[in-house]
Design a binder for this molecule. Structure first.
Ligand SMILES: C[S@@+](CC[C@H](N)C(=O)[O-])C[C@H]1O[C@@H](n2cnc3c(N)ncnc32)[C@H](O)[C@@H]1O
Length: 219
């Protein structure tokens, strides 16, 4: 999905991926991210996710990366926050004391543009990307973090021929193929979630499961 696809989705308000509630898997498993409260967490392709707020309240410093300026502006407005803004290479930085969003292309991000990252949270980022972009995403993410950094990844698994993505089906086996050489991977949780997803049932899905994986960047 190229940037224009997402800019149009945001302009038309087609953001069915956006959750009003805090993500239950994040709340259940955030404790497995190594350094705990006070660390700095990276949230790639963050949209206007309210999970950023939950993580901030939990004591994390939070850096989101999002290409849509509308998403970023909406995020701060809807959460009653007034960010400082400044120009950065390829975009703009929106920042408050403990939460910032780099409004830029994640694929162009260089490690020097980020603070030291202690953990990563990916919900609806990897699965937003078509097959050809996932390896680039995995390589970029790996390049942006140091050995020992853990990623909490929520992924989806469904018969891809039954629905066009995004979100795409990225089963655990594909996560192992993408990250297995650079990370140790543990499956924390798997569940059948078709019953809770009427919008996907309406699109024709007959099976849908969600997997929560913990990736630890190897040395
Ligand atoms: C499926 S949404 C998920 C948003 C968020 N993670 C959530 O849980 O609500 C994917 C987001 O990635 C953003 N995005 C897509 N490509 C991007 C890129 N190359 N760099 C930064 N953000 C991107 C889109 O604008 C969109 O907001």
């Amino acid at each position: 999905m190229e940037p224009d696809f997402w800019h149009e989705r945001w302009a038309r308000g087609e953001i069915g991926f956006h959750q009003h509630d805090f993500n239950a898997h994040m709340q259940a498993f955030v404790g497995r991210l190594s350094r705990g409260p006070g660390g700095h967490i990276l949230v790639p392709l963050c949209g206007k996710s309210r999970d950023l707020i939950w993580l901030m309240r939990r004591g994390y410093r939070v850096t989101g990366v999002e290409i849509s300026e509308k998403a970023v502006i909406d995020f701060f407005a809807e959460n009653g926050l007034t960010p400082d803004t400044s120009s950065i290479a390829g975009g703009r930085l929106f920042s408050t004391a403990s939460l910032e969003i780099l409004c830029t292309d994640f694929f162009a991000l260089e490690p020097g543009q980020l603070p030291r990252i202690d953990a990563v949270y990916d919900r609806a980022a990897l699965v937003a990307l078509p097959p050809g972009m996932r390896e680039r995403y995995a390589n970029r993410l790996t390049a942006l973090v140091e050995p020992g950094v853990r990623t909490l990844l929520v992924t989806l698994d469904y018969p891809q021929h039954e629905m066009r993505g995004p979100p795409f089906s990225v089963p655990p086996a594909e996560v192992y193929a993408l990250f297995g050489e650079t990370c140790q991977i543990e499956t924390l949780h798997s569940e059948d979630c078709l019953a809770q997803e009427p919008r996907f049932r309406q699109k024709g899905l007959t099976a849908l499961s969600e997997h929560v994986l913990l990736l630890e960047r190897a040395a």
